[in-house]
Design a protein around this ligand. Structure first.
Ligand code: ME8
Length: 677
């Protein structure tokens, strides 16, 4: 936690259950917070961004049991999967809290004790409905035929002596707080849902469960653990160092809790603020709920209507477009924020993402950058010229775009923030067409002084806008904005820039642009086959894996890891292993597959009288020359499949060293076709 006298801008994501891998839903919340945090840093504010994992839930232990591993090993594996995924997406969080950490347990127990001492917690018998899947208690009226009406998940009847929180005492105070703070809960239409829920009257809430060996125990009563939701929301406070760290108020209250809509009304707009009120602690300044990615109209998630794994999707975008991996991650960051309607739900579609990649990134942004730099090089030898006065129309537009950007951002409509920014990008592409710099250059060459001035004004306007756009997109696409800065010849690192640099006039005459290099190459093939969606983690197994004709996500179309596979070794029997036919082969020929950066076409002798074609995604690590004559280990009985119209008949084995492939080969030369076991 930072130590300073100044209140830090403090932003949080939900903490995710560790019962499955991250997906583009959890990525959306994390990414939105990352964008907001980066924007506030750009504004020069000290900023603290917290995310983490929710590990004390019954459903987590159930998933661990199903996987047959100790719960702690299970949660360690998945917490790491979240951390790695966020690092892969360039998420710059300051802290990652796990609810199995002592700092969290300590804060939760302290919170509980203080509520007990203040008379807001009491012991009683709970008899009613509980849904493990929702980790929520439901009223009779909220259940029909053993199913929670709201979520459609099964409930069971439980009867236990438990501690209760006097939530009912906070109906009026919460309504009053909403009334007095119109921007506290956003968006407006979801606030209305909260008001309706509160007007129905709050009931006291059962906040403990029987201790089955997992969870945070009730202080002084080991037979019970604290209800996971009561425990989870306290993470936001625990991360500040409350109660023992004297600096906890540098962070608290949080400036915004950003959450998904399903955990807004009951938990973040009701339970958590009521808990804080009970201890006279300040409430978070804002709570914002976004809608869902849906798949076929249903909430996308970890099972059922599945959503893609973010890293796999970024990798797929890199492979389809040929963009650098870091820029493909940036593209994904852009696409998720731009595609999501930060209001109602949005249907998720990989194909829509690819289409938008082409329209917004390859075309609009790419064209502006490439055309501007090309013309700078052509007409000014790459050196930024002097201008008499800037184009007032463009200056005014840039100013109004920056203002609208901030307005949209202040209400968390990140899609609008980008839409507004692209107004500027779009205008400049048109502006180039209207001004026709090539005509101005011709006239200037023929001695027309006015045309010479107009040419300088036009091109510097384009370059200046490109610079401003680089800053505006930097919270969304940090790597791309750095690359744009470099291409337009700004020596200072973009990280050193601040929001005030979005004002017109930052470009210096005499600066030197570099050669243009497309950041987001256009994607030729927009169709995404079911087999690819499956490999991305977002669909059911396809009917036929062999009919695939377009480029795969990686060399192997491995199905998505299930919950259990994500965290634990999955044992197979020796019989299963013997089904895999491993052999030593020899590479007779190797050549790149046209229009791909990763694939090599190998001709492999796999037996005395047998050769086969194998496509392998190792072009980045081996040249064809290095491979010819080399012995390798191959899987000989893998179902053949088509990639780029070529049938691949097997797969080479390679060690995966942080994504880099290192081929396996026998220790000594052995006869081709030797079995490997
Ligand atoms: O609810 N579309 O964790 P969780 C958009 N541990 N966002 C989605 C989404 C979708 N289809 N699916 C999930 C929990 N999310 C609790 C939270 S907080 C103190 C405890 C995002 O793993 C969205 O932010 O079920 C949602 O609220 C969150 O993931 C739920 O994650």
């Amino acid at each position: 936690m930072p130590v300073s006298s100044q209140k830090t801008y403090y932003i949080t994501t939900p903490i995710y259950y560790v019962n499955g891998l991250p997906h583009v839903g959890s990525a959306l919340s994390t990414l939105s917070c990352d964008v907001l945090a980066r924007y506030h840093r750009l504004k020069g504010e000290q900023t603290y961004f917290l995310t983490g994992t929710d590990e004390n839930a019954t459903k987590v232990t159930q998933a661990a049991e199903k996987a047959g591993v100790p719960a702690m090993d299970f949660v360690d594996g998945l917490a790491n999967a979240f951390k790695e995924c966020w690092a892969d997406l360039h998420i710059a969080n300051n802290d990652f809290i796990r609810t199995t950490e002592p700092r969290h347990a300590h804060a939760v127990q302290e919170f509980f004790t203080r509520l007990l001492n203040k008379g807001y917690v009491y012991l009683d018998t709970y008899e009613g409905w509980y849904s493990v899947s929702d980790e929520t208690f439901f009223r009779d009226s909220e259940v029909k035929d053993g199913i929670a009406i709201e979520s459609g998940k099964p409930v069971t009847l439980v009867k236990e002596e438990n501690y209760f929180f006097k939530l009912s005492a906070f109906t009026e105070p919460l309504l009053a707080h909403i009334e007095a703070n119109p921007d506290w809960l956003l968006p407006e239409f979801r606030k209305n849902e909260v008001v309706a829920f509160l007007k129905d009257g709050l009931r006291d809430m059962c906040i403990t469960r029987v201790n089955k060996g997992w969870g945070i125990t009730v202080p002084g009563d080991d037979s019970k653990v604290i209800y996971v939701w009561f425990d989870a929301v306290i993470n936001y406070l625990a991360a500040t160092g409350w109660p023992q760290d004297p600096n906890w108020e540098n962070l608290w209250p949080a400036d915004v809790h950003l959450v998904g809509k399903e955990i807004f009304v009951r938990f973040h707009a009701t339970l958590w603020p009521a808990m804080l009120m009970a201890l006279d602690l300040p409430l978070p300044k804002q709570v914002y709920a976004h809608g869902w990615w849906t798949v076929g109209g249903q909430k996308g998630g970890k099972s059922g209507a599945s959503l893609p794994h973010p890293t796999r999707l970024a990798q797929f975008i890199a492979e389809r477009s040929g963009a650098e991996p870091d820029l493909a991650v940036d593209a994904l960051r852009y696409l998720l924020c731009r595609e999501m309607n930060f209001g109602p739900d949005t249907e998720f579609s990989v194909e829509n993402c690819l289409r938008r990649f082409n329209n917004d990134l390859a075309n609009d942004l790419g064209n502006l950058l490439n055309r501007t730099i090309n013309m700078m090089n052509k007409y000014y030898d790459g050196t930024v010229p002097e201008v008499d006065e800037p184009d007032a129309e463009i200056v005014a537009l840039a100013e109004s775009v920056c203002a609208d950007y901030e307005k949209a951002l202040s209400v968390f409509r990140l899609n609008d923030v980008l839409e507004v920014t692209w107004r500027l990008v779009g205008r400049m592409n048109k502006y180039i067409d209207e001004k026709a710099p090539w005509g101005l250059a011709k006239a200037a060459n023929n001695g027309d002084a006015e045309s010479a001035k107009a040419l300088a004004r036009t091109l510097t306007a384009c370059l200046e806008v490109t610079r401003i756009v680089a800053l505006l997109v930097s919270p969304f696409m940090p790597s791309a904005s750095t690359a744009i800065y470099q291409q337009i010849g700004i020596a200072e690192p973009i990280e050193a820039a601040t929001w005030s640099d979005t004002a017109w006039g930052g470009l210096k005459a005499g600066g030197k642009v570099t050669a243009p290099k497309p950041l987001f190459p256009r994607i030729a093939e927009l169709t995404v086959e079911d087999s690819i969606l499956y490999a991305l983690g977002s669909a059911n197994p396809p009917k036929s894996e062999t009919e695939e004709t377009s480029k795969p996500v990686s060399e192997t179309n491995t199905p998505p890891a299930t919950e259990a596979e994500a965290a634990v070794p999955n044992y197979i029997s020796i019989d299963d292993f013997l089904k895999v036919e491993l052999k030593v082969g020899e590479i007779l020929a190797a050549e790149p597959v046209p229009n791909t950066t990763k694939l090599l076409r190998l001709t492999v002798q796999s037996d005395e009288d047998e050769t086969r074609t194998i496509l392998s995604g190792i072009a980045e690590y081996y040249t064809p020359e290095e491979l010819v004559g080399r012995q390798i280990v191959l899987i000989a009985n893998l179902q053949p499949r088509k990639m780029r119209g070529i049938e691949s008949q097997g797969m080479l084995l390679a060690a995966d060293i942080n994504g880099r492939a290192v081929l396996l080969q026998p220790d000594n030369l052995v006869p081709v076709g030797s079995k490997v076991r």
